[in-house]
Design a protein around this ligand. Structure first.
Ligand code: DX5
Ligand code: ZN
Length: 220
């Protein structure tokens, strides 16, 4: 089955001194969403950006802000990220005590809710969340840094998630994040993914290369 493939560049690999400009450049280069990696130096060993930066970027594009929260605790920050202009908020089950409640909370704020599976977390984690989520994110690296290598055995998990989504009959995006490049993107797509996050592979070569990079990641 062919499904539209969406590309969500991770701005973690952008030039942080010129973030607004970089977001406009990937928008013009044809990205579908903008992936924003939020890290707290506690849940993951790196610190990136907070809601103020999301808010500052909002006027630069109309595209979907796909906000990946790698922070713990997470619940008390959801309102701030929604107010800043997030369209999709994705959370890790390990980041709080009540993932089901967190998903409901995100949805009650009027945005879409995603759940992330770390490389060591089984697809089974989704059994009682699949009725509520709008997106499943399979991490193909351990979260925390861009530029890591794709973990091949996550392809089996993508396949398992694709089966679960098809069985549910619900419109749920299946996203993959980490080590996506021109070699691994087709594997993730063949396994059933429909949204590819790519940091290094989008931003490599600077702005003149973005449109080509995005087109190649999509398989065009
Ligand atoms: C890792 C982040 C990813 C990362 C991907 O924790 O969630 O979004 O930026 O970077 P690449 O595409 O370089 O692996
Ligand atoms: Zn991410």
């Amino acid at each position: 089955m062919t499904r539209p493939i969406l590309i969500s560049p991770s701005i973690l690999s952008a030039d942080f001194a010129r973030l607004g400009e970089e977001v406009r450049a990937i928008d013009q280069a044809g990205c579908d969403w903008v992936h924003i990696d939020v890290m707290d130096g506690h849940f993951v060993p790196n610190i990136t950006i907070g809601p103020n930066v999301v808010k500052a970027l909002r006027p630069h594009t109309q595209k979907t802000f796909d906000v990946h929260l790698m922070i713990s605790p997470v619940d008390q920050y959801l309102e701030a990220f929604v107010a800043a202009g997030s369209d999709i908020i994705t959370v890790h089950p390990e980041a709080g005590p009540h993932i089901h409640r967190t998903v409901q909370h995100i949805k009650s704020l009027g945005v879409k809710a995603g759940v992330v599976l770390n490389p060591g977390t089984p697809a089974k984690m989704l059994d009682y969340l699949i009725d509520d989520v709008d997106l499943i994110l399979v991490m193909s690296v351990n979260p925390g840094f861009g530029g890591q290598s794709f973990i091949e055995n996550q392809l089996r998990k993508i396949e398992a998630c694709r089966r679960m989504i098809d069985k549910s009959g619900r419109a749920i995006h299946l996203q993959v994040d980490g080590g996506i490049d021109f070699t691994t993107a087709p594997k993730a797509i063949a396994a059933g993914a429909d949204v590819l996050v790519a940091g290094t592979a989008t931003f490599r070569g600077g702005a003149p290369a973005y449109a080509d990079n995005i087109r190649k990641l999509r398989g065009g």
